[in-house]
Design a protein around this ligand. Structure first.
Ligand SMILES: Cc1cc2nc3c(=O)[nH]c(=O)nc-3n(C[C@H](O)[C@H](O)[C@H](O)COP(=O)(O)OP(=O)(O)OC[C@H]3O[C@@H](n4cnc5c(N)ncnc54)[C@H](O)[C@@H]3O)c2cc1C
Length: 455
């Protein structure tokens, strides 16, 4: 009988989802995770009653795998919906303009009309219709199959695409802030398919957060798997010889002999720890680009919203600020705040042209800068903040350059099993979301169980 022993490298969403499903189907799993906690880019930070999702934050309406897993793990009742798109404002003509204003608020409707007219209502309408054509009803399980004909390997980018087809103002006053907000990058640094799905996410609207933080998902799986997860296990090499997996080496000298390994670390790490990786895997993985970000949250002793709107404000790049998204915690998840007189505001620094300066700052310096900048746009903020939290993510978001999704799909479809015993998973195999990471974990377990040939 075939041995059912498998080593999983990486304990983020993809690794945990694979481990959970394989464990259920009788496999002997070992998860090697370099950090001291599981979850990877899904983590919760708690301090003095403030709760922060450090990386992944939102449950999008189209997420199927995540909701199935939350149902199975008895977490689904803790989802808390909020108005992601409808609660957003954009800074335009020296004021906040609601992207989807309350029709009874004449001032907000007039400001929105001014913004729309500036971009050209027809241009905006055409762009929204284009996004709908590509994404509506096809956006499932983090899949990229729907986007193949938008993924031309022509060296262009989403910014150019929008500017050329729908005008510079649609780019600067809508698309750029939205892509910076959810994609954490400039549209010029992203592929067309990537941009379309990001914008569609906002146009569709609603979303939810998980009370207690999304990190509960990973932690619940970790509790089930117990000591099958090895924390602090930094993998230095997945040993491949003669086209077959032989074992896994860790930096501390531990060696796991095995003939099946699931590699779920981000693509650049996978390339580094598999020096013998064949070109059929290496070439597509080299196309994977991952931007970095700083997530800075200030804690406030004043409630800033009515609990519904605004969810957040977007600062377009002509303002020359180092971040775009400013999110109010009270309108996303009041349960993540210590009391009714408190709030928290999160911002995401992005863009290699400015990021380094803030990357080199201490946590206190970043918080101070965050607060001073926010105060310019939200003068109603109190004159002090009561604490905060800063996370620097060197490998934050997969930005899917043109040609990358197609190259990865080609690898999945035609070369997935090119190294005997090696299985790849992770968000970058589909879109850069935890839905896609979880999905690859589900699929790789189906693959090992002989239900499908490849993910
Ligand atoms: C600020 C931010 C906000 C986000 N918001 C959202 C959101 O709202 N919705 C959404 O869907 N997605 C969001 N994402 C993206 C989402 O977090 C990721 O797509 C997803 O969590 C990736 O899961 P993964 O398992 O593929 O990778 P990871 O979570 O990166 O897991 C890889 C694991 O491998 C470990 N590892 C690395 N090297 C080694 C090694 N040498 N040895 C052993 N282990 C190693 C890492 O520590 C990590 O735990 C966000 C990301 C960021 C940064």
């Amino acid at each position: 009988m075939e041995n059912k022993k498998v080593v999983i490298v990486g304990g983020g969403c993809a690794g945990l989802s694979a481990a959970y499903n394989l464990n259920k189907t009788g496999w002997d799993v070992t998860v090697l995770e370099s950090q001291s906690t599981v979850g990877g880019r899904m983590q919760v930070f708690k301090e003095n009653g403030y709760l922060i999702d450090e990386y992944a934050q939102f449950v999008h309406p189209s997420y199927k795998r995540a909701k199935e897993l939350m149902t199975e793990l008895n977490l689904i009742q803790d989802l808390h919906p909020f108005e992601l798109g409808a609660g957003m404002s954009v800074w335009f003509n020296n004021k906040w303009v609601a992207a989807f204003p309350n029709p009874d608020d004449a001032e907000a409707v007039a400001a929105n009309k001014e913004w729309m007219e500036y971009m050209g209502e027809e241009n905006f309408g055409k762009f929204a219709a284009f996004c709908e054509k590509y994404c509506a009803g096809k956006f499932y399980e983090g899949s990229t199959d729907w986007m193949m004909d938008a993924d031309q390997d022509d060296g262009s980018n989403f910014g150019e695409f929008v500017k050329n087809n729908f005008g510079e103002r649609v780019l600067e006053y809508f698309v750029q802030p939205v892509v910076a907000s959810l994609g954490l990058e400039y549209p010029e640094k992203c592929g067309v398919a990537f941009g379309l799905q990001i914008v569609w996410t906002v146009l569709v609207g609603g979303a939810a957060v998980l009370n207690g933080g999304l990190g509960r998902l990973g932690q619940t799986i970790a509790d089930i798997l117990g000591d099958r997860i090895k924390l602090g296990a930094v993998v230095s090499e997945i040993v491949i010889e003669d086209g077959k997996v032989k074992g896994v080496k860790c930096e501390n000298g531990d060696y796991y002999e095995c003939d099946k390994v699931i590699c779920t670390v981000p693509a650049p790490v996978a390339i580094r720890i598999m020096p013998n990786m064949p070109d059929e895997i290496k070439k597509p993985l080299e196309k994977v680009t991952i931007c970095r970000t700083i997530h800075s949250t200030i804690f406030l002793d004043k409630r800033m919203t009515d609990g519904v709107k605004p969810v957040g404000g977007l600062l377009p790049r002509y303002l020359d600020e180092p971040f775009c998204t400013c999110l109010f915690q009270s309108s996303r998840n009041p349960a993540a705040l210590p009391n009714e007189d408190s709030d928290a505001m999160s911002v995401f620094y992005f863009g290699e042209d400015k990021l380094q300066k803030y990357w080199d700052m201490t946590e206190e310096e970043v918080l101070e800068h965050t607060f001073t900048t926010l105060k310019k746009y939200f003068p109603e903020l109190p004159d002090h903040y009561v604490g905060g939290h800063v996370v620097k993510a060197p490998l934050a978001n997969f930005t899917m350059q043109n040609g990358c999704p197609s190259a990865i799909k080609e690898f999945r479809d035609n070369n997935y099993k090119i190294v005997e015993g090696l299985y790849m998973a992770g968000d970058y195999m589909y879109t850069g979301s935890y839905e896609s990471a979880l999905n690859t974990g589900f699929m790789v377990s189906d693959c090992l169980n002989g239900k499908i040939e490849h993910i």
